[in-house]
Write a protein that binds this ligand. Structure first.
Ligand SMILES: C[S@@+](CC[C@H](N)C(=O)[O-])C[C@H]1O[C@@H](n2cnc3c(N)ncnc32)[C@H](O)[C@@H]1O
Length: 352
């Protein structure tokens, strides 16, 4: 018999402890999620941060957006949140707004959970009715996904670059490189490192190329279109790399089952024997672990594990022990595991 789940409601106050507060906190959270994302994406918050207090008309002019609509959502946020204030008709960020809106966790949520994944909730009704399916009828926007992933993963970069140095890696291939932020971040941390970025999405690669040019790193970072599920597609471009790296990328292929991922690693081992592989992946939680966490801390991993993953047909993410078994099945040698990162990310250092 399994344990009953959620018999107590220790955090009811956080959710609202009356019908009014509970129901209106849902409305408020839903609206703020979209408004905060939109004001980041259109540069409104950044403009307020840089230029200080401005009227909605001045802000609209500066950001190239519609003044009437902007005025509406700014007033909503003014009264429904703690991030904005208004003096003499001019909006400004509060102290909390200036700090909280630009926190990595909030940027990851805005660009990733809202920007990239709003569609899975918007399309939930037809998907539940089997009238639509993620991947067939709609997909997440790749540029926003990569932007959100950057804010989720960047806290790991120092540790990974230290590992690459320790292993004597001079050239690393980043698989599923997205907008190139991982390689740009790594190259900034280690002035002699070079990188090859591989991604399947041409839009992401184009944006990555611009980013690499802007950062003046085109002589150190090469970008190539390739498919991680077909290592032959990037074998030539990565012929002289010492290590491969994939952050929040490999779990995507579990949608084809664990064996499919084992076979990808086996093919890589055959093509790149002796090279290093660094994998960063989310560590799945059990029901009991979720229940033991304060409610506010549960939401991010819950969304990732039980909303994003099933609704995009990626299957359930795996826990650390299962990743270790999978690497073993593919014949990879485990050199190190580190799990002290945010967002329950675990880094595995392996060798083909
Ligand atoms: C969650 S994002 C991670 C981006 C980046 N690693 C980071 O941490 O910021 C996943 C990336 O994998 C790419 N991707 C998905 N399937 C792929 C495939 N079969 N081959 C290559 N890249 C793929 C996506 O286009 C996307 O840029």
């Amino acid at each position: 018999m399994t344990q009953p789940v959620n018999t107590a409601a220790p955090d009811a106050a956080w959710l609202g402890d009356s019908l009014l507060t509970w129901s209106q906190s849902i409305r408020n959270g839903y609206i703020r999620a979209f408004v905060i994302f939109a004001l980041h994406e259109t540069g409104v918050f950044e403009t307020l941060r840089r230029r200080g207090a401005m009227t909605s008309a001045e802000l609209a002019e500066a950001c190239g957006v519609n003044a009437h609509l902007l005025d509406g959502v700014l007033h909503f946020l003014l009264h429904a949140d703690v991030v904005l204030a208004k003096d003499d008709g001019r909006f400004r960020l509060t102290k909390r707004g200036a700090e909280w809106l630009f926190a990595d966790s909030v940027l990851a949520m805005s660009f990733g959970a809202v920007g990239a994944y709003a569609s899975i909730l918007h399309e939930l009704v037809p998907c539940l009715r089997n009238q639509k399916r993620y991947g067939v009828d709609f997909v997440r926007p790749g540029d926003l996904l990569a932007k959100g992933s950057y804010y989720t993963g960047k806290g790991n970069y120092d540790w990974i670059v230290a590992e690459l140095k320790r292993l004597g890696v001079a050239r690393v291939a980043d698989l599923g490189c997205g907008l190139g932020d991982v390689l740009v971040g790594f190259c900034r941390l280690d002035a002699r490192l070079e990188g090859v970025g591989i991604d399947i999405a041409s839009g992401a690669l184009q944006a990555a190329a611009e980013r690499v040019r802007d950062e003046d790193l085109a002589h150190r970072i090469m970008l190539v279109q390739g498919d991680v599920t077909r290592p032959e597609s990037f074998a030539a471009a990565t012929a002289n790399v010492d290590a491969f790296h994939g952050l929040m990328v490999f779990h995507e292929f579990l949608r084809d089952g664990e064996q499919a991922l084992v076979e990808i690693f086996e093919r890589m081992k055959a093509l790149f024997p002796g090279r290093y592989l660094i994998v960063g992946e989310f560590d799945r939680l059990s029901d009991a672990e979720f229940q033991a966490m304060p409610l506010a801390e549960r939401i991010h991993p819950l969304f990732y594990q039980h909303v994003i993953h099933p609704l995009t047909w990626q299957g359930l993410p795996m826990e650390k022990e299962r990743w270790l078994r999978l690497f073993g099945r593919a014949g990879l040698t485990l050199l190190k595991v580190e799990d002290r990162f945010r967002f329950r990310l675990v880094e595995y250092v392996l060798r083909f």
